[in-house]
Design a protein around this ligand. Structure first.
Ligand code: NAD
Length: 379
């Protein structure tokens, strides 16, 4: 892989996007040198920056660049206060991000949640529930289940009333949960492979006691698991998982969920890390010739309240670049170099405002640039 030039589209977007993207690119350049890699990294506008540049949230040229790339490193898009008259379909969140997810059939969403011991204060749980630090990965199916199943509509219902009374009229909303075995199999493979790179434990979430989907999910994941004998698989009902994430989050390594359960549980898990500024994410599509197409972005948004002030935490964006190296390019060592460099900056006491606690004696409050420089130097 290292002999090949890896083509990366870097779309910084709006708000804090450009500041944190600058930090991630700086770190990638250091990684390129350290691991003798070749990145062809091209920047392009998206979001309001795209609208300002060429009238579209996802300009044609930006989309063409993404199509010609192996992976997209994405910042964030959307500025709630800009032009409230612009219709929803043309606003950046839909016209850029959802369009990219659809265009590249990104079916797997990965959200690692890590709470280093040193940031224990940022976690809403008591320290004794945090063990030696929380470190889990939520793998969420992104294109199926209740959010996309058909039929999906709201309809008028008229029921005959009792004799001599008016008919009863009301509305009925219908959503449909549908999964096929191929859909479950492909996301299960992603989860098992991810677990193989970590502590080799996979907890599959379902509601097999109530839902047909849950039974098929459990059977299919169990069958796929036979090809991964080194990964220990267990199953948990979603309601119990919601509770266990708060009671004993350290029991989890990789957590595999269908779309809606993953939507909810990944946000619950994210809250454990204390700040959006620490959380990267990956959305993966198809694999071709050893490269998995993916879009990598921080879990948070454009943070307009702190944009342009050197206050943003660049770690979520930098760790998103690490996920790109791991999941798109299979560069595990390079990914770990980035994660170790982030760990060193945290261990050295550097804190952006979102993770700063004045009660920590050795902590030093820094801005985006100083944090980025420290992580780059640590690489
Ligand atoms: P947000 O995630 O931008 O901000 C929520 C809070 O978290 C703010 O207080 C912000 O300062 C803080 N925060 C977020 N990232 C941070 C970082 N790296 N460092 C320090 N603090 C950080 O959510 P919001 O305010 O609800 O949304 C703002 C805009 O972003 C909206 O237009 C929304 O639609 C958009 N958005 C985009 C994406 C995306 O592009 N993937 C995701 C979420 C929200």
């Amino acid at each position: 892989m290292s002999s090949k030039t890896l083509k990366i589209a870097a779309l910084a977007g709006d708000g804090i996007g450009p500041e944190v993207m600058r930090a991630a690119i700086q770190v990638l350049r250091a990684i390129e040198k350290k691991h003798a890699l070749a990145f062809a990294l091209t920047e392009a506008p998206v979001g309001w920056a795209g609208i300002d540049a060429s009238g579209q949230a996802l300009p044609d040229a930006t989309l063409a660049l993404c199509r010609a790339s192996d992976a997209i490193l994405f910042g964030s898009v959307g500025l709630p206060d800009r032009d409230p008259t612009l219709p929803k379909e043309q606003r950046p969140e839909r016209a850029a991000l959802l369009r990219l997810r659809k265009e590249f059939a990104l079916f797997a969403n990965l959200r690692p949640v890590q709470l280093p011991k040193a940031l224990s204060h940022a976690c809403p749980l008591r320290p004794e529930r945090q063990g030696d630090g929380i470190d889990l990965l939520v793998v969420r199916e992104l294109t199926g289940g209740m959010y996309f199943g058909q039929p999906k509509r709201t309809e008028e219902v008229v029921e005959p009333g009792a004799p001599g009374t008016e008919p009863r009229r009301f509305q009925r909303a219908i959503d449909t949960m549908v999964y096929t075995t191929p859909e479950i199999e492909r996301i299960a493979h992603v989860a098992f492979r991810s677990a193989g790179l970590r502590r080799k434990k996979l907890t599959s979430i379902d509601k097999a006691n109530v839902l047909e989907n849950g039974i098929l999910w459990r059977e299919t994941v169990t069958r796929v698991g036979k090809s991964y004998p080194d990964v220990a698989l267990d199953h948990m009902f979603v309601d119990n998982a919601a509770m266990q994430l708060l009671l004993r989050p350290t029991q989890f390594d990789v957590v595999l969920c269908e779309n809606m359960f993953g939507d909810i549980l990944s946000d619950e898990a994210a809250a454990l890390a204390g700040s959006l500024g620490m959380l990267p994410s990956a959305s993966l599509g198809a694999t071709q010739d050893g490269v998995t197409f993916g879009l990598y972005e921080p879990a948070g948004g454009t943070a307009p309240d702190i944009a342009g002030k050197d206050l943003a935490n660049p770690i979520a964006q930098i760790l998103s670049a690490a996920l790109m190296l791991r999941h798109s390019f299979g560069l595990e060592d390079a990914a770990r170099s980035i994660e170790a460099a982030v760990g060193k900056a945290i261990a050295d006491g550097l804190r952006t405002g979102d993770i700063f606690n004045p009660g920590e004696p050795a902590a030093k409050k820094v801005g985006t640039r100083v944090m980025a420089d420290a992580i780059t130097a640590a690489v």
